[in-house]
Design a binder for this molecule. Structure first.
Ligand SMILES: *[C@@H]1O[C@H](CO)[C@@H](O)[C@H](O)[C@H]1NC(C)=O
Ligand SMILES: *[C@@H]1O[C@H](CO)[C@@H](O)[C@H](O)[C@H]1NC(C)=O
Ligand SMILES: *[C@@H]1O[C@H](CO)[C@@H](O)[C@H](O)[C@H]1NC(C)=O
Ligand SMILES: *[C@@H]1O[C@H](CO)[C@@H](O)[C@H](O)[C@H]1NC(C)=O
Ligand SMILES: *[C@@H]1O[C@H](CO)[C@@H](O)[C@H](O)[C@H]1NC(C)=O
Ligand SMILES: *[C@@H]1O[C@H](CO)[C@@H](O)[C@H](O)[C@H]1NC(C)=O
Ligand SMILES: *[C@@H]1O[C@H](CO)[C@@H](O)[C@H](O)[C@H]1NC(C)=O
Ligand SMILES: *[C@@H]1O[C@H](CO)[C@@H](O)[C@H](O)[C@H]1NC(C)=O
Ligand SMILES: *[C@@H]1O[C@H](CO)[C@@H](O)[C@H](O)[C@H]1NC(C)=O
Length: 624
């Protein structure tokens, strides 16, 4: 802080000499109703020759798979991937996540030897096929339309059962190479009105055929689009969801028949059936061989060809499993090693780098202490990078004033980052860090009846991300990833249930960038970790209650400063020497467009609510 006399003197000069640069917002009248932070403008003083800290922190983002991302279901997937491409992000994280099991898991049912099973809900079609072994369907072991349960080899009739189930399947399928039967009451009659019914069938082939259930129909197109949009950049791929059947469970989990229906309950089970975790490693190994080695050899020795020979540099292992599968750090650490060993077994790739943990509860310090200790891992297991997540949590969907609390939540998080860094530096200093989910979640976000937030929310969340990048850059974290590209509320036209709309970076109806997206773009375009260094920056803003500001000096004496208005109010700042410079500002007025560019003619600037500004100082500092 500077002393009061200096401050007053400069303020006096500025007031006499300059007028306001007023950055217009969408509605002037609306803004006038909001309160103005009272008193003097905040003086920002940067000492451009005083080194503060080295800059290492790459701004990035995550994209989570869901139906709106998929070209198979989405009217805006072209816009989404064009916007992703134009970001030119390094270390974008692609998270293949569980709520849509058919979009996230390549082998939804366990291999079942000579028995072939299928299980569909009412009005969906069951498909049975003996084509793989060049045979025909020879025997119906089990068939029931009703309330049957159980996995392959263990199916049991329920109290509700259509008596002609076996006859119908027998007549339609036996002797055929393949057949399809619709699980409808029109066909089977209705054995129990108003009860939800499924059709379960188990068959055998002649000649016998070993059956697996690998299916990449929905996973492939999205990954293709992601890899194309991020071509030439480093990327982190996270096939975060393990098939549920790898875990012990009483009855098999029934996942939705429709690929676009949400299943929040997919990750069940806390203990792997195969305690050696070899089966877990094999699942991931085959998945990686599919995408990077043109195909894989399945559980029974059969080759499945993909033609894909993709390459990416980082693979993240699981996502938030401490919550989803209640894994302990010891269990997770074994699983991490098993996945790497499995990928190596099936691909012979020893160059892949790995990201560990992806913790939801970032402050579980015992996880870092255990995982980052190399003696807790198998030999030759790399600890290339760790990851953890942070979300500021809103208390209201509709009250913008309440969103000012995001910034203090982030302040608390930075203290935790500091503690994690202490642990990492002692145990595994070469391990890098990506905070690969950083964002905001508003309350009731997945409630289909929750109100839509006012659009200034995009600015509040954008400001939080920019603030997080700035604050965390002081700790030397390698990557901070904005969460996340595509979310949406209830979309009745597409029959989609909500998927964290407040976390989105893009507008779900148009695919356009919101202020969150454009803030990421602004930071990605501006930050140059090869050359930029932070320099000493002081303000008269007591306790930094209103703004964040940080100056950086780069190549060829490039001087820029990031300024964020943390308030739902106009805040005036005074930045000596900025006239003739260029300001890029994201605020309500910049809407769904990029930062507004303004050549500064005055040193006093009004920042509208939650504005994010980058000011590029003029090449030669003006004399005041
Ligand atoms: C700026 O920082 C440099 C290096 O720390 C120092 O020598 C100089 O006195 C500072 N200038 C002002 C105006 O504080
Ligand atoms: C299945 O389709 C029938 C006829 O279209 C309809 O009456 C019934 O409600 C549907 N059942 C379900 C569970 O969607
Ligand atoms: C199966 O049995 C039900 C109930 O008796 C009957 O309504 C239905 O038509 C039968 N379906 C076939 C294909 O025979
Ligand atoms: C089935 O549900 C409908 C709507 O809830 C109801 O009107 C009907 O009486 C029910 N039928 C039986 C047999 O329970
Ligand atoms: C894979 O899944 C798709 C979509 O559900 C389905 O149409 C296709 O028949 C499946 N392929 C195989 C080989 O089961
Ligand atoms: C089925 O798989 C077993 C290995 O588990 C293999 O020995 C056998 O030859 C396979 N049979 C066919 C018909 O593919
Ligand atoms: C690392 O783990 C080993 C084995 O569990 C333990 O003996 C050692 O004390 C740990 N090192 C540190 C620095 O915690
Ligand atoms: C699956 O859901 C989509 C909407 O997301 C819908 O268009 C489609 O008809 C559904 N399929 C079935 C078989 O119900
Ligand atoms: C999405 O864009 C449309 C068209 O510009 C706009 O009317 C709507 O308010 C936007 N919605 C959100 C949540 O940004």
């Amino acid at each position: 802080m500077m002393n009061t006399n200096e401050c007053l003197l400069i303020f006096f000069l500025c007031c006499v000499t300059f007028d306001f640069v007023h950055v217009r917002s969408v509605s002037e009248t609306e803004n006038e109703q909001r309160h103005q932070v009272n008193g003097d403008p905040i003086l920002i003083e940067v000492n451009w020759t005083a080194h503060d800290y080295d800059l290492h922190t790459i701004p990035s983002l995550q994209i989570v798979t869901n139906p709106l991302v998929s070209r198979q279901f989405s009217p805006v997937s072209n816009e989404i991937f064009a916007n992703l491409k134009q970001l030119n992000a390094e270390y974008a994280r692609y998270a293949v996540w569980f709520p849509y099991p058919k979009l996230a898991v390549a082998e939804l049912d366990p291999p079942s030897g000579f028995h072939q099973c299928n299980n569909v809900g009412e009005n969906y079609s069951i498909h049975l096929s003996c084509e793989q072994g060049g045979g025909v369907i020879s025997q119906i072991d089990f068939a029931s339309f009703g309330t049957a349960v159980g996995g392959c080899g263990a199916m049991k009739q329920g109290t509700c059962h259509a008596a002609n189930s076996s006859d119908i399947i027998q007549r339609t399928c036996v002797g055929q190479q393949k057949c399809s039967v619709t699980a409808s009451s029109d066909l089977f009659g209705d054995p129990c009105i108003n009860v939800s019914k499924r059709l379960l069938v188990q068959i055998q082939c002649n000649p016998p055929q070993n059956n697996t259930y690998w299916n990449f129909t929905y996973m492939d197109p999205m990954l293709e689009d992601f890899l194309q949009a991020t071509d030439g950049h480093s990327r982190i791929i996270s096939f975060s969801t393990q098939p549920t059947w790898l875990f012990e469970q009483d009855t098999p989990h029934i996942y939705p028949d429709n690929a676009t229906y949400v299943d929040w309950g997919y990750p069940v089970g806390t203990k792997f059936v195969d305690d050696t975790m070899q089966a877990l490693g094999d699942y991931y190994g085959r998945l990686f061989a599919w995408y990077t080695r043109a195909g894989f050899i399945d559980e029974y020795g059969l080759k499945h060809n993909s033609g894909y020979e993709y390459n990416w540099d980082y693979t993240e292992i699981f996502n938030e499993v401490e919550g989803e599968h209640q894994m302990t750090v010891e269990y997770y650490t074994r699983a991490y090693d098993a996945v790497i060993q499995g990928v190596r077994r099936h691909t012979n790739n020893y160059d892949m780098k790995y990201v560990g943990m992806a913790l939801e509860n970032h402050n579980e310090f015992n996880w870092y202490r255990y995982f980052l200790n190399h003696s807790n891992h198998a030999p030759d297991i790399p600890l290339d990078m760790i990851s953890y997540h942070f979300y500021a949590i809103g208390s209201s969907r509709i009250d913008p004033q309440s969103w000012e609390s995001f910034f203090t939540q982030l302040d608390t998080f930075t203290f935790e980052v500091e503690q994690i860094e202490e642990i990492r530096k002692i145990l595994s200093p070469e391990t890098r860090t990506t905070i690969d989910e950083l964002g905001v979640i508003l309350p009731d976000d997945n409630n289909p009846n929750a109100p839509l937030f006012p659009l200034v929310y995009w600015n509040a969340a954008a400001a939080l991300y920019a603030y997080a990048w700035g604050k965390i850059s002081r700790q030397g974290i390698n990557v901070v990833g904005h969460s996340q590209l595509v979310g949406y509320p209830n979309l009745p036209n597409l029959q989609l249930q909500p998927q964290y709309p407040s976390v989105a970076l893009l507008n779900w109806t148009t695919g356009e960038g919101t202020a969150k997206y454009w803030t990421s773009k602004l930071l990605i375009d501006t930050v140059d970790i090869e050359n930029d260094q932070a320099v000493a920056t002081q303000t008269t803003d007591i306790g930094n209650q209103n703004i964040y500001s940080q100056g950086f000096v780069g190549k060829n004496n490039r001087r820029w400063i990031l300024i964020i208005n943390k308030r739902y109010a106009n805040v005036d700042i005074f930045l000596p020497g900025c006239t003739g410079g260029r300001m890029q500002i994201i605020n309500e007025a910049s809407g769904f467009g990029p930062a507004t560019e303004i050549t500064l003619t005055l040193s006093r600037i009004t920042l509208t609510p939650f504005a994010v500004a980058i000011i590029h100082m003029p090449a030669t500092e003006n004399i005041f």
